[in-house]
Ligand binder design. Sequence first.
Ligand code: ZN
Ligand code: ZN
Length: 174
Amino acid sequence: MVDGKPCPCGQKATLEDCCGRYVTGDQWAPTAEALMRSRFTAYALGQVDYLLDTLHSSQRQRGEKLQLQRSLKQTRWLHLQVLQTEAGQPEDERGIVEFVAVYGLAKPMAGMAGLLGTARTETPQLAQMHERSRFVQEEGRWFYVDGDQLPDYKPQRNQPCWCGSGTKFKQCHG
Ligand SMILES: [Zn+2]
Ligand SMILES: [Zn+2]
């Protein structure tokens, strides 16, 4: 990992000082939110092993590694916003984190677009994943269990857009 790079999870800290130390396995994420952020960072960096290590044992499946690798190839995770958390502190056994993660599909339908003669855009189509995730802590380690997919998150008109552009929602995707 490169020194001094901002953390993909969106905190104002370098990757090293933020999620990097969890993704490398040097430390365990102390809270459900920290685990969630570090999992987003692992998605952004393609760290499949960390995603599997932090997935609760009840959710493990055959072929999951291949599936993850495939989905990581097609998706670029770009931006994370944590909307709210419940429990998930070091002294808790459970935690909930609601977040919006923004992703782009890498060269969506390039072959198909070519066939149809439509222009291929450089900028991927942005989409969001709005989820309420459940986490458990077992023997000092937080794990992701599962989550409920929620309808697309719509900020207030004058709040920053969900896509991470920094523009007000009403002037961006509003
Ligand atoms: Zn981070
Ligand atoms: Zn936007």
